[in-house]
Structure formats: structure tokens, C-alpha cells
Design a protein around this ligand. Structure first.
Ligand code: FAD
Length: 403
């Protein structure tokens, strides 16, 4: 028998099997299907209490201090309950790695333990009315005043801002620089005076995202995240994490949620023997299997130590292509019931929710066209888009309300 303690960052196969048993027992006891926000939050707290929260993050920041191999095992086991982490995709999939990568020691010790344990929820404030795909055209500004930054401007489409405690915000700090160079990243407490959140009502009856207005919002100078005017590079890193988080959701095993939805609908409508329906089901099954394999590869690349690269856009785009195909299929299967539902049925049917919600996957986290541009430019090495604003100071550009 070895007399050395196991190295948590370099586990043996036996260590990983023991860990799998531990996670399986935890998940079977605490996870529930169709979790809402309250259930997600309580699950994250229990995970952290059990030493299983923030698997790859240091213990001094509230993480489990384990390896990427442990993380893979955790994902495999927990992917049977995808809704348990739904509301934390932005908080944990994007804000946590960015604060960990760019935060000071003090920021990490202050913010990461509560983030990991789900005691605080974080949102991402990039998009503005005049800056979405071209987010570097943003106009929200942060000006230094003594020991504080003063923020003025507006964000839009901020998912979960209405329930978040903090935001990772990007704002313009140097309008004289070219547009990508004068941006910085901040940690914004959502309860700061002058932050106003207005919910946006969605077509499916949901209220997941918001407009956010800033009027002379003062935050401490220490809330600058990373280097001054390096916000664009950090935002790019965060977008890569975002695409990986979206494109590899449920990664860890072959996952076919849309196929299962179609199969249940076909069974309910007595259409399982219909040749066209069967073909459609198999097409979606093949596409979802391919997407899962792609996600497994992306995760394996990250586990081998590579930072998420533009290849993350492939998974994100493919997920969106599946939604486009699903929209056609559900409309063929359910007719008007795929788009409308009785007024007294607030939630609507599964197929209807699928159809009206399907458009968002082509926009959220960067549109399909932008993913195709990234794949063309940075994966396939095709010539870049023409940029008429290269070398021009932001103040000189005609963007948003700036003319
Ligand atoms: C469900 C959902 C959740 C979201 N959550 C957040 C969030 O939490 N935080 C946040 O900051 N943002 C969020 N967003 C916003 C999202 O990131 C933007 O909507 C997205 O980047 C597109 O920007 P836009 O809406 O301004 O469209 P635009 O950029 O104005 O694009 C309009 C159209 O032009 C096309 N287009 C633009 N530029 C090019 C180009 N160079 N080449 C080819 N085509 C181009 C686009 O593909 C699109 O079809 C969310 C969006 C959705 C739908």
C-alpha cells in the first residue's frame, strides 16, 4: 500500500471511480428533474457544502481544488439532471472563470466563494441597443473620480439581471482610443444606487432578460476587473467561455433532449408509425448525437489544458441549426398547436414552447452569422471581414447614438 496521500490534481483511475461513486450518491439524493431557480440555488449550496462546488477552482476561493478529470466525471453524472444548473450557466460558466482568470487575489477571495456556492448570482452586461454583434461599439462609459468609477449608459438583453447580485460589465474608459482598445471590465453590484432594471416580456410568456439603465452609478475603483483598457481581450475570453458553455451544455455523455421531446409528442399524437415523422426523429437523433460528440471533444480539449478557442463556435452554431430543424418538424407535427396555446394554459405545450423559443438560440451568445464569420476567419483561415473603422478613434465613429 502506498504511504503517500492521493494528489487531488492528479487522480488515479481508482480515485476517479471513488469520486464517481461519491457524485452519483450526491446527485441521486439531491437532484430533481425540472428544477426551478430556488431548487438550482439550494442544489448549488449543498454541492459546495459537500466539497463538490467549483470542482477545478482552488479551495482558498471556495472551490473543490480537484482536477479537470474530476470535472469530467462530475459532468457525466450530473448531465442526467440538466435543469439543476440552468440558471447558473452565466454565473458559473462565464462569470466565474473570468473573475478567476483576471481577478486580483482579493477579488477572488471576496467574490468566488459566494459565486461557487450559489449564494450570489451573476449576469453578463455586454450588449447595448447599438452594440450587439459589434459589441466593441458600446457607448456605456465609466469615468474615474477619485477612488470611484462613475457609470452612465444602458445595457439590453441582460439575462437574469432582475435576480442577479453582481454583473460583469464592460464599459468605455477611453473614447480617444480605437474602439477595441478603450474598453474596461468591471464588477458591478446590482444594488448600487442608479442601477435600474426593466424586464422584457417574451413571446412565450417568460421574463428572463432585461434592459438595464445606469445613471451616475458609483462603484469602488477596486471593482475594475483585470487591466484598465484591456476589457476587449477579456470580453473575448468571456465570449469563448460563453460559446463553450452553450455549445457543450449537457456535455459528458450523448444527450438527445430534442429527440426525446419529438418521440413523446409523436407517441401522444399516435404518429410513431408515420414514416415522415420517424425520418424526422432519426434526423434529429443523428444531429444531437453529433453535437454531443463535438461537445465531448471540446471539453476534452479544455481538460487537456487548452483554453477554449474559436472551435467553441462550431458547437454553438450546430445547436442552433438543430433548433432551426426542430422548428420545421414541430410545425409539421403540431400545426397551429406548435405556435399558439389556450389563454388559460400559461405555460403552453412543450412543442409550442419549443417553436417560439427556438429563435433565441440563433441570437443569444452571438448570432449564427457571427459564428460563421468566426469559423471562416479563425478556424478555416478565410480572409477577414472588411473593417472600415480600423485605426479610427472611437469618438470619431458613427455608432449607436453617437453621430
Ligand atoms: C435569449 C438571449 C439572451 C441574451 N442574454 C444576454 C446577456 O445575458 N448579456 C448580454 O450582454 N447580451 C445578451 N443577449 C444579447 C445577444 O448577445 C445579442 O442579441 C447578439 O449578440 C446580437 O446582437 P443584436 O441583437 O444587437 O443584433 P445585431 O448585431 O444588430 O444583428 C442584427 C443582424 O445582423 C447580422 N449581422 C451583424 N453583424 C454581422 C456581420 N459582421 N456579418 C454578418 N451578419 C451580421 C446578425 O447576424 C443579425 O442577423 C441575449 C440575447 C438573447 C436572444
Amino acid at each position: 500500500m502506498s504511504d503517500t496521500a492521493p494528489d487531488p490534481r492528479n487522480p488515479s483511475e481508482a480515485d476517479l471511480e471513488a469520486f464517481r461513486a461519491e457524485v452519483t450518491a450526491f446527485v441521486s439524493e439531491h437532484a430533481v428533474p425540472n428544477a426551478d431557480y430556488a431548487a438550482c440555488k439550494s442544489f448549488q449550496a449543498k454541492l459546495a457544502d459537500a466539497g463538490l462546488g467549483g470542482i477545478v477552482y482552488d479551495r482558498s476561493y471556495g472551490g473543490a481544488g480537484l482536477s479537470k478529470a474530476h470535472d469530467r466525471v462530475y459532468r457525466e453524472v450530473s448531465s442526467k439532471f440538466p435543469t439543476m444548473s440552468n440558471d447558473f450557466i452565466i454565473s458559473h460558466g462565464m462569470c466565474l472563470p473570468v473573475v478567476n482568470d483576471f481577478g486580483t487575489e482579493e477579488q477572488k477571495r471576496t467574490f468566488l466563494p459566494d459565486n461557487i456556492a450559489g449564494r450570489t448570482l451573476w449576469c453578463q452586461m455586454f450588449s447595448e441597443p447599438g452594440a450587439g454583434s459589434d459589441v466593441a461599439s458600446l457607448q456605456t462609459k465609466a469615468e474615474r473620480d477619485g477612488d470611484e468609477w462613475i457609470i452612465n449608459g444602458q445595457k439590453v438583453w441582460t439575462t437574469l439581471a432582475h435576480v442577479s447580485d453582481y454583473a460583469v460589465l464592460i464599459a468605455r474608459t477611453d473614447p480617444e482610443a480605437v474602439k477595441h482598445a478603450g474598453i474596461s471590465m468591471f464588477i458591478l453590484p446590482m444594488d448600487a444606487e442608479g442601477v435600474e432594471v426593466r424586464p422584457i416580456n417574451q413571446i412565450d410568456g417568460g421574463r428572463h432578460f432585461n434592459e438595464v439603465f445606469f445613471t451616475d452609478v458609483r462603484i469602488p475603483a477596486d471593482n475594475l476587473l483585470g487591466e484598465l483598457n484591456n476589457g476587449w481581450n477579456q470580453a473575448t475570453a468571456m465570449l469563448m467561455y460563453e460559446r463553450v458553455a452553450i455549445g457543450t451544455a449537457g456535455a459528458g455523455r450523448i444527450s438527445t433532449p430534442n429527440f426525446k421531446l419529438l418521440k413523446a409528442a409523436a407517441k401522444a399524437g399516435d404518429m410513431l408509425e408515420d414514416e415522415n415523422v420517424r425520418q424526422d426523429m432519426m434526423r434529429i437523433y443523428s444531429m444531437e448525437t453529433t453535437k454531443s460528440l463535438l461537445a465531448l471533444r471540446t471539453r476534452a480539449e479544455m481538460q487537456s489544458g487548452r483554453a477554449p478557442g474559436p472551435g467553441g463556435s462550431l458547437g454553438k452554431l450546430f445547436g442552433s441549426v438543430i433548433q432551426w430543424r426542430m422548428r420545421e418538424i414541430t410545425m409539421n407535427m403540431a400545426g397551429p398547436g406548435s405556435q399558439a396555446w389556450p389563454a388559460d394554459d400559461v405555460a403552453g405545450g412543450d412543442l409550442a414552447k419549443q417553436t417560439v423559443g427556438s429563435f433565441s438560440s440563433s441570437i443569444a451568445g452571438g448570432t449564427d452569422e457571427i459564428q460563421r464569420n468566426i469559423i471562416g476567419d479563425r478556424v478555416l483561415g478565410l480572409p477577414r471581414d472588411i473593417a472600415v473603422d480600423r485605426g479610427v478613434a472611437f469618438r470619431e465613429l458613427r455608432v449607436g447614438t453617437q453621430v
